[in-house]
Design a protein around this ligand. Sequence first.
Ligand SMILES: Nc1ncnc2c1ncn2[C@@H]1O[C@H](COP(=O)(O)OP(=O)(O)O)[C@@H](O)[C@H]1O
Ligand SMILES: [Mg+2]
Length: 769
Amino acid sequence: MPGNNLPAQLTSLIGREREIGELRQMLARSRLVTLTGAPGCGKTRLALAVATDAREAFPDGTFIVELGPLADSGLVPQTIATTFGVREGPDRPLMAALHEHLRLKLLLLVLDNCEHLLDACANFLEATLRACPTLSVLATSRELLEVNGELAFRVPSLTYPPEGTDHIYEYEAPRLFVDRAQLTLPAFKPTAEDWQAIGAICRHLDGIPLAVELAAAKVDVLSPVRILDHLSDRFRLLSGGRRRPGGRPQTLRAAIDWSYVLLAPAEQKLFRRLAVFGGSFTLEAAAAVATADEVGRADVLELVARLVKKSLVVAQSSDEQARYRLLETLSEYGREKLLAHGELSDVRNRHLQFFAEMAEAAFKEWRTEAHSSWLQRLVLDIENLRLALDWARSQDRSASVRLSGALAWFWWTSGRLLEGGKRLEESLQPPEGTDFDRARALDGACMIAYHHSDFLALETFAAEQVIVCERLGDRCGLASAMTALAEVALFKDHDAKAAEALLMKSLELSTTGGFLTQESEALTILGLIGFWRDDLESVPQPWERALRLSEQVSDVPQRIRMLADMTCLNLIRGRIIDAARSAAAALAAYRATPGHHSLEEMLLQCYAWLAVEAGDIERALQLEGASRASSRLSGYGEPPTWSRYWNPVLRKAMAAVPAEVVERALSEGVQLDIEQAFALAEALASPAPIADRRYVEIAGVKLTRRELEVAVMVAKGMSNRQIAARLVLTERTVEGHVENLLSKLHFHSRAAVAAWVVAQNELAVERPP
Ligand SMILES: Nc1ncnc2c1ncn2[C@@H]1O[C@H](COP(=O)(O)OP(=O)(O)O)[C@@H](O)[C@H]1O
Ligand SMILES: [Mg+2]
């Protein structure tokens, strides 16, 4: 079955067979079908049913993106891209990356709840449908999107019986009523009188499913006849005695109002307070936010369960921690009530406080093994974090500085550099917050600017960080700021000398203060200076120490980064065995603590290079293809000179096989998802080609096959260049082999190697298989 992210439905679907059939035909005719209709009429539910039914027709998957909780229209493309794991990166416009990902995929995208973001959705779809000619979209919205070629489908209410009929069960709305009533009261078996009342209720409610659900949830306390009475009163109240025909929004409003009025006071309070959440929430969050007069912390579980039973809160199926949410319409209603009771600001303050505490706890551990579990938790609450940040920004500037500082790492390692950069900048301007909080936020802003290659911004942030940290006497922050300034010197001003001087200052601060994390960061940049100067010999020493330090303080993300960087270095220096070893370590570490997506691209390229070295060009090209696919996710470029070394190797590998093979292998690679790509890489590392380079022991010296070959070629008087051409390796790689030979044999010259080979004349010139 193709991939999908359609949520499992916990309640059964009633009717809609005809609509589903019609919509499937529409999807065959147009690539954009929009379901419109009043709130609660069943648009989302129907869209999900159609998408599930159509799965076979979309071999590349069916995906839903819930736009309801999204407040910022600028985030529409990003939110959709994230669903496909496509992330922004420096020099990689998000839309282009997303289009590349979706191009030629037979995929159905369900965009749910577009109504509050009509323009943003329309713009997105205009561009995307043009760029991706095989993509289909099913949108739900109260209004049409007005995009060229859009087919509209107005979602009707569920069918309900006319007055005076006995065949009530043949209609959809009464069946929905009974189905939901039995969820509340399993023993519920309607009598003939009940059936009549249920038919009348459904007529009253115009067959609007949400309204019917809310009414049915009352059968545990009221008989259908009593429910009908209550509803009739309520309608008379609202319409001043007259019932306007077709007044749908009013009907739903009345039904919602009625369910709300019937709640116990504590339930009402909880319900409206829950409306502050964006998207879904946990019980823990609900307790923290909603606990106040009359709602005790300990009652929250019980109260939430009651609201679920009354169809006012939806429980989401989940293997992990249970999460809950409010349907969009109900959430809007709840927010109105919150405002009317003058509670909005208190509740949003508690919401902010809860998520600020969560962010602080995450900040304490992001550099540890807990990294990925925090990442996952924060991603689930991303809408809540955004709401908290927005609220802080408008109400409490120092909280805003604190919160955005705590979250900087999250934007970076979850691949949301643009948003993170913007949020940090906003919180730092105008200058407010305590020095302590500003120092941390500036540190985070530097981290994001560096990885976004925005060296101008980096310079501004680092300069202020120096001032603030000096004022605070914060030597650790100062060390970090000095490293940032060194990055500016190196990458913006191309002044390696100045960069080195700054790093020395940073290192001095770190070593005297025992700031191991900062020391490791500075050493990383020190190594990069070696690349910059093309002095590769100077790189390993600082990097090995950086790696050891990261291990010493269990800085997991930094350790993975160093292992990946070391792999690049080993490859570039032709130390293939070491490269294979560090690649395996990096990959294992990454898989144990996934989430730092920005490293995927580089790791895959390292493996592609290893495959070239193993003579497995096809696999190399597949891995390169996979890396290109994942580069849409990241934009990591360290060392910045990596591609300078990798590209020629790649070109040469491509030239060694027919053009069709290149094309096929690359496109096969692009199709792989990240797990498949890693599996391909690992298969290379284990028994196959690399392990083929068995050691050969000659006169007590252990050589690899490759080294042996190189030795033989050296003995024939071939230059490194000639050897490289013959073996389809880079010259540097051959140099590395020669270096290894010299050190293993304890020789100092090629001539000595040649003599040794001649002496071992039993060495026939035998190419490995
Ligand atoms: N055909 C149906 N069968 C069962 N439940 C339905 C059906 N249509 C809607 N519902 C339920 O009614 C409620 C409102 O439907 P929803 O699709 O969220 O409406 P909308 O998206 O139009 O606001 C949801 O709880 C949904 O599960
Ligand atoms: Mg909906």
